[in-house]
Design a protein around this ligand. Structure first.
Ligand code: KG4
Ligand code: ZN
Length: 350
């Protein structure tokens, strides 16, 4: 079984060809970083136009690199949401056109499910597992019980964790994208210099909050002597911020492990996925937690944590194997929760 995956929901135009034998035949990612950098973040209209300019080429390159034609595919998978709708529409229209012309099934993939299932491609992880999903738009703890079967244990009541990294980077003058820049700056930093809050830490449940942490970083920056931040200030603030994020993720994930164990006694895998899972410091912290709790941590290779077409193709394979294909008239969705039955996040207690 061989599937083309197309990803256009944020600021990467990506396409890949993957087989059910876990072979990555091709993996093309065209980043729009340079186009968004002057604005310090992703501009939806620029993203949509850029996807329009690059999707055909990226898909063509992925097919050429795999050495196959559309006729040899078993299906065309595409991110149908959630994401910036202009980009999602471009990907979905492209996939539908290829599927219609070559008479192949189209598979409408939830972007979050694509992140969630990547560990099954890279590490053959069996269901069920506990998932910490950390991206630019989401921060959730979920029990993954099967394809399309998710139980959300917690989510953020305000900002996503990647968003907190990006905003912190902006305040420190580190530019966009923030995550990798904060991680790099933190290496030389003293994480104990700034005493930043750990929102939600010690509270029941698995919800997150990051807006107070972001505000605290802004306040610490304002209290420093006027003028340019020194390299040491930037490094120490980055390290202090990352330490705080690590403490919060560990605390919330520990509660989630308890809930997971209560439901599934014999399973012991914690998966971290999404762009923020590329962060080596956070991976180390989560690995420590998993070790203490008798769990195995699985983190996909860094290039499969940030957005890519491989994860979409693989989610397509998972769905195709179960006969889960879609009609050509499915609609792109800006919002698309993995667990539609989850109650709203708890409000941040005062
Ligand atoms: O999954 P992703 O590529 O796109 C979304 O689905 O949102 O995640 C992007 C987010 C951005 O906020 C980016 O700053 C963050 O992932 N990120 C990181 C790192 N690499 C990317 N955050 C922390 N450390 C990193 N090394
Ligand atoms: Zn993503």
């Amino acid at each position: 079984m061989i599937v083309l995956g197309i990803e256009t929901s944020c600021d990467e135009t990506a396409a890949a060809v993957v087989t059910d034998k876990r072979e990555i035949k091709s993996n093309i990612v065209a980043s729009q970083l340079a186009e968004h950098r002057p604005y310090g973040g992703v501009v939806p209209e620029i993203a949509a136009r850029s996807h329009l300019d690059h999707t055909d080429r990226v898909v063509g390159e992925a097919m050429d690199a795999a050495g196959i034609g559309f006729g040899q595919l078993d299906g065309v998978a595409v991110t149908g949401g959630p994401g910036l709708i202009g980009g999602v529409i471009v990907g979905v229209m492209t996939a539908k056109a290829i599927a219609a012309v070559s008479a192949k099934p189209v598979i409408n993939v939830n972007h979050l499910e694509a992140h969630a299932l990547t560990a099954r491609l890279t590490d053959d992880v069996a269901f069920p597992y506990l998932l910490l999903l950390v991206t630019g738009g989401h921060c959730q703890l979920l029990i993954v019980e099967g394809v399309g079967e998710y139980v959300r244990l917690g989510t953020t009541v305000d900002d996503a964790v990647g968003e907190a990294f990006d905003k912190t980077a902006k305040m420190l003058g580190l530019g966009y994208p923030g995550g990798p820049a904060v991680e790099a700056a933190a290496i030389a930093g003293d994480g104990s210099r700034f005493d930043l809050p750990r929102p939600m830490k010690g509270r029941q449940g698995c919800d997150f909050s990051f807006s107070g942490l972001k505000t605290a970083v802004r306040q610490r920056v304002a209290r420093l002597p006027a003028g340019e931040l020194t390299a040491k200030d930037i490094a120490d603030l980055s390290a202090s911020f990352q330490d705080a994020v690590g403490d919060v993720l560990i605390d919330r994930a520990a509660n989630a492990l308890d809930s997971f164990r209560a439901r599934h006694r014999d399973a012991a895998t914690l998966v971290v996925a999404g762009g923020v899972a590329a962060n080596q410091y956070l991976r180390k912290r989560l690995d420590g937690l998993a070790g203490r709790e008798g769990f195995r941590l699985v983190a996909p290779p860094v290039e499969l944590c940030t957005d890519n077409g491989v994860m979409v193709a693989w989610a397509g394979i998972e769905r195709l194997r179960l006969g889960l294909t879609d009609a050509l008239d499915f609609a792109p969705r800006p919002r698309w929760p993995l667990d539609a039955d989850a109650p709203p996040a708890a409000r941040l207690p005062k």
